[in-house]
Design a protein around this ligand. Structure first.
Ligand SMILES: [Zn+2]
Ligand SMILES: [Zn+2]
Length: 335
């Protein structure tokens, strides 16, 4: 008999207008599936944008793509162990298409994503705002070391892993002048990563409270001079346009915040040629970036006040109250 038969998940379903609590039957696990009981989920800014109407997604759906949980059951041929505390990637990929085989699984041709799938489709329990989440084969699971509290581990799957992918794209950073534009959870995390490898990092944000957070993680206030590396998490065309002319010879600009349509940014091709400039983009990340995220948080858990970036968790029933933002950089839910 299926040990999950009759088990239900208390799940917060986004209807397009509000959040509805539902009791959802836990499906029988397929080949490679892993069932996780969510211990803590953090609220990424993109969910705030979905709820406020700035971003489109399937309706109804279970939102939430940052979380930490415990494996409670595994399907046939799953390689993880019951009882393990884990974080998991946002993307579920095929590992077989041309893009996956070329090392760009982030853009797998059949990618599906945690917290982005229709509730009425083949993956109803896809989001972290739920007692249980099903993680199909092709989702990367990374064990969480005991010394990493849930509150520090939860943002790994989006904020920390994406920041790790941006740092990867930024190249060699030791001794480099870096400016981080946009000091939300990703920007503050990128600041800490730059500091760890010995970069001189300045921060730029329109919100003084966020700049203050980045300064606690080792950045100085930006004074506007030339830089070797600029990392943008703001997605503001105006801010990006101001970063390009600041790039010194061999400079690199990495864009990660532009995930909604925005005004085009003028680029002077002669400046790019004569300056040996590189402008690149990062969207989603590779499995290695999630592993690096967990390793980085473990190395720095005693160095930085990570837990203070996350608000005290609320119960799932009142999720709606924190989907409009909270006092910290991340709201949290304990399903
Ligand atoms: Zn996110
Ligand atoms: Zn693929």
């Amino acid at each position: 008999m299926d040990p999950l038969e009759g088990r239900v998940s208390r799940t917060a379903v986004w209807t397009g207008a509000d959040i509805e609590m539902r009791e959802v039957p836990v499906p029988a696990l397929c080949d490679g599936d892993v069932l996780v009981r969510v211990r803590l989920a953090t609220v990424c800014g993109s969910d705030l944008h979905t709820v406020s109407g700035r971003r489109c997604g399937p309706v109804p759906s279970v939102l939430g793509h940052e979380g930490v949980g415990e494996i409670v059951a595994v399907g046939p041929h799953a390689t993880s162990d019951v009882g393990e505390r884990v974080v998991w990637s946002v993307t579920r990929v095929c590992h077989e298409c041309d893009r996956c085989r070329s090392g760009r699984t982030a853009k797998c041709r059949s990618v599906t994503k945690v917290g982005h799938e229709p509730f009425t489709g083949p993956w109803p329990l896809s989001g972290t705002y739920s007692e249980y989440i099903v993680l199909p084969a092709g989702t990367e699971l990374v064990p969480v070391p005991d010394l990493l509290p849930d509150v520090v581990a939860a943002p790994a799957a989006c904020a920390t892993a994406t920041a790790a992918a941006v740092i990867d794209a930024a190249g060699y950073l030791e001794g480099r002048r870096v400016v981080v534009c946009g000091a939300g959870m990703l920007g503050v995390t990128a600041v800490a990563m730059c500091v760890e490898v010995g970069a001189e990092v300045a921060v730029l944000d329109v919100d003084a409270r966020r700049t203050a957070w980045a300064e606690r993680f080792g950045a100085v206030a930006d004074e506007g001079g030339p830089v070797d590396v600029a990392l943008d998490f703001s997605g503001s065309s105006e801010a990006i346009a101001a970063l390009v002319p600041r790039l010194d010879i061999g400079g690199r600009l990495v864009l990660a915040g532009s995930v909604a349509p925005a005004a085009a940014v003028p680029v002077d091709p002669e400046a790019v040629v004569r300056g040996w400039l590189t402008i690149s983009g990062v969207h989603n990340y590779e499995p290695r970036h999630l592993r690096e995220a967990v390793a980085f948080l473990t190395r720095t858990v005693a160095v930085h006040p990570w837990a203070e970036l996350v608000d005290a968790p609320v119960p799932l029933d009142v999720l709606g109250e924190v989907l409009h933002g909270g006092p910290g950089l991340r709201a949290a839910v304990a399903p």
